[in-house]
Design a protein around this ligand. Structure first.
Ligand code: NI
Length: 171
Protein backbone atom coordinates (compact mmCIF):
# COMPACT_ATOMS: atom_id res chain seq x y z
CA UNK A 1 0.00 0.00 0.00
CA UNK A 2 1.07 3.56 -0.54
CA UNK A 3 0.00 6.95 0.67
CA UNK A 4 -1.17 9.14 -2.19
CA UNK A 5 -0.77 12.89 -2.64
CA UNK A 6 -3.98 14.82 -2.11
CA UNK A 7 -4.68 17.69 -4.50
CA UNK A 8 -5.53 20.99 -2.84
CA UNK A 9 -7.87 23.81 -3.82
CA UNK A 10 -7.51 25.75 -6.13
CA UNK A 11 -5.75 23.01 -8.14
CA UNK A 12 -7.68 22.91 -11.45
CA UNK A 13 -7.50 19.08 -11.55
CA UNK A 14 -10.07 19.06 -8.72
CA UNK A 15 -12.53 20.42 -11.30
CA UNK A 16 -12.28 17.31 -13.51
CA UNK A 17 -15.50 15.36 -13.94
CA UNK A 18 -14.69 11.70 -13.25
CA UNK A 19 -15.71 8.98 -15.70
CA UNK A 20 -17.40 5.69 -14.72
CA UNK A 21 -15.30 2.71 -13.66
CA UNK A 22 -15.62 0.02 -16.33
CA UNK A 23 -13.80 -2.83 -14.63
CA UNK A 24 -13.58 -3.72 -10.93
CA UNK A 25 -10.25 -5.54 -10.92
CA UNK A 26 -7.14 -5.95 -8.76
CA UNK A 27 -5.67 -2.72 -10.07
CA UNK A 28 -8.75 -0.85 -8.84
CA UNK A 29 -8.65 -2.73 -5.52
CA UNK A 30 -5.00 -1.62 -5.08
CA UNK A 31 -6.09 1.96 -5.64
CA UNK A 32 -8.91 1.49 -3.09
CA UNK A 33 -6.40 0.19 -0.50
CA UNK A 34 -4.14 3.18 -1.15
CA UNK A 35 -7.10 5.56 -0.85
CA UNK A 36 -8.06 4.07 2.54
CA UNK A 37 -4.48 4.39 3.76
CA UNK A 38 -4.35 8.00 2.56
CA UNK A 39 -7.73 8.87 4.11
CA UNK A 40 -6.98 7.26 7.50
CA UNK A 41 -3.53 8.84 7.62
CA UNK A 42 -4.79 12.36 6.81
CA UNK A 43 -7.06 11.79 8.84
CA UNK A 44 -10.41 12.17 7.11
CA UNK A 45 -13.77 10.39 6.93
CA UNK A 46 -14.05 10.34 3.14
CA UNK A 47 -11.91 10.53 0.03
CA UNK A 48 -12.85 10.68 -3.64
CA UNK A 49 -10.51 9.38 -6.36
CA UNK A 50 -10.55 12.89 -7.89
CA UNK A 51 -8.66 14.15 -4.84
CA UNK A 52 -5.73 11.81 -5.59
CA UNK A 53 -5.78 12.79 -9.28
CA UNK A 54 -7.51 9.63 -10.51
CA UNK A 55 -10.56 10.70 -12.45
CA UNK A 56 -12.74 7.63 -12.02
CA UNK A 57 -16.04 7.47 -10.17
CA UNK A 58 -14.86 5.93 -6.92
CA UNK A 59 -14.97 7.03 -3.30
CA UNK A 60 -14.12 5.61 0.11
CA UNK A 61 -15.63 6.61 3.44
CA UNK A 62 -15.48 5.64 7.10
CA UNK A 63 -17.19 7.81 9.69
CA UNK A 64 -16.29 5.53 12.64
CA UNK A 65 -13.61 6.53 15.14
CA UNK A 66 -11.72 3.24 14.87
CA UNK A 67 -11.61 2.31 11.15
CA UNK A 68 -14.46 -0.11 11.80
CA UNK A 69 -16.94 0.92 9.10
CA UNK A 70 -15.17 1.21 5.73
CA UNK A 71 -17.35 1.84 2.67
CA UNK A 72 -16.27 1.60 -0.97
CA UNK A 73 -18.64 3.16 -3.50
CA UNK A 74 -17.87 2.63 -7.19
CA UNK A 75 -20.01 4.50 -9.75
CA UNK A 76 -22.28 5.84 -6.98
CA UNK A 77 -25.66 7.16 -7.98
CA UNK A 78 -28.08 8.88 -5.62
CA UNK A 79 -31.55 7.42 -6.18
CA UNK A 80 -33.43 9.33 -3.50
CA UNK A 81 -32.74 12.16 -1.13
CA UNK A 82 -34.87 13.83 1.49
CA UNK A 83 -34.70 16.01 4.55
CA UNK A 84 -32.26 18.80 5.24
CA UNK A 85 -29.24 18.87 7.51
CA UNK A 86 -26.60 21.51 8.05
CA UNK A 87 -23.08 20.34 8.88
CA UNK A 88 -19.85 22.18 9.49
CA UNK A 89 -17.80 20.55 6.74
CA UNK A 90 -14.12 20.43 6.06
CA UNK A 91 -12.25 18.79 3.19
CA UNK A 92 -8.80 17.24 2.83
CA UNK A 93 -8.45 19.31 -0.36
CA UNK A 94 -9.26 22.56 1.48
CA UNK A 95 -7.11 22.13 4.60
CA UNK A 96 -7.87 24.23 7.64
CA UNK A 97 -11.28 25.56 6.62
CA UNK A 98 -14.66 24.56 8.02
CA UNK A 99 -17.97 26.02 6.89
CA UNK A 100 -21.64 25.15 7.23
CA UNK A 101 -23.14 23.37 4.23
CA UNK A 102 -26.76 22.32 3.74
CA UNK A 103 -27.40 18.85 2.28
CA UNK A 104 -30.02 16.09 2.27
CA UNK A 105 -30.33 14.35 5.63
CA UNK A 106 -31.15 10.96 4.13
CA UNK A 107 -30.14 9.36 0.86
CA UNK A 108 -30.56 6.11 -0.99
CA UNK A 109 -27.53 5.34 -3.13
CA UNK A 110 -26.70 2.61 -5.64
CA UNK A 111 -23.11 1.60 -6.40
CA UNK A 112 -20.74 -1.30 -7.00
CA UNK A 113 -18.68 -2.58 -4.09
CA UNK A 114 -15.02 -3.67 -4.29
CA UNK A 115 -16.14 -7.11 -5.53
CA UNK A 116 -18.17 -5.54 -8.33
CA UNK A 117 -21.55 -6.40 -6.76
CA UNK A 118 -24.38 -3.92 -7.19
CA UNK A 119 -25.52 -2.58 -3.81
CA UNK A 120 -28.33 -0.27 -2.72
CA UNK A 121 -27.78 1.42 0.60
CA UNK A 122 -29.61 3.97 2.70
CA UNK A 123 -27.59 6.47 4.68
CA UNK A 124 -28.56 9.17 7.14
CA UNK A 125 -26.78 11.93 9.02
CA UNK A 126 -23.01 12.17 8.77
CA UNK A 127 -22.57 9.21 6.39
CA UNK A 128 -25.19 10.68 4.04
CA UNK A 129 -23.44 14.07 4.16
CA UNK A 130 -20.05 12.45 3.56
CA UNK A 131 -21.26 10.49 0.52
CA UNK A 132 -22.87 13.63 -0.98
CA UNK A 133 -19.64 15.59 -0.38
CA UNK A 134 -17.53 12.88 -2.08
CA UNK A 135 -19.90 12.50 -5.05
CA UNK A 136 -19.56 16.26 -5.51
CA UNK A 137 -15.79 15.72 -5.82
CA UNK A 138 -16.41 13.20 -8.62
CA UNK A 139 -18.37 15.93 -10.41
CA UNK A 140 -15.56 18.45 -9.94
CA UNK A 141 -17.36 20.29 -7.18
CA UNK A 142 -15.99 21.39 -3.79
CA UNK A 143 -17.79 22.38 -0.59
CA UNK A 144 -16.47 25.92 -0.99
CA UNK A 145 -18.72 26.19 -4.06
CA UNK A 146 -21.68 26.39 -1.65
CA UNK A 147 -20.21 29.48 0.02
CA UNK A 148 -20.39 33.07 -1.14
CA UNK A 149 -17.96 34.10 -3.86
CA UNK A 150 -16.25 36.48 -1.43
CA UNK A 151 -15.68 33.74 1.13
CA UNK A 152 -14.42 31.29 -1.51
CA UNK A 153 -11.99 33.90 -2.89
CA UNK A 154 -10.70 34.62 0.61
CA UNK A 155 -10.04 30.91 1.25
CA UNK A 156 -8.37 30.50 -2.15
CA UNK A 157 -6.04 33.45 -1.58
CA UNK A 158 -5.04 32.24 1.88
CA UNK A 159 -4.32 28.70 0.65
CA UNK A 160 -2.26 29.94 -2.29
CA UNK A 161 -0.30 32.22 0.04
CA UNK A 162 0.30 29.41 2.56
CA UNK A 163 1.54 27.12 -0.21
CA UNK A 164 3.95 29.80 -1.41
CA UNK A 165 5.27 30.25 2.13
CA UNK A 166 5.74 26.48 2.55
CA UNK A 167 7.66 26.38 -0.73
CA UNK A 168 9.86 29.26 0.42
CA UNK A 169 10.83 27.33 3.54
CA UNK A 170 11.73 24.22 1.53
CA UNK A 171 14.03 26.21 -0.76
NI1 NI B 1 -13.59 16.75 0.34
Amino acid sequence: MAKLKILEFPDPRLRTKATPVTEVDDQLRNLIADMFETMYDAPGIGLAATQVDVHKRLLVADISADKADPHVLINPEILEKDGVTVTEEGCLSVPGYFEEVERAEHIKVRFLNAQGDEIEMEATGLLAVCIQHEIDHLDGKLFVDYLSEAKRTRIRKKLVKEKRQQAAVVI
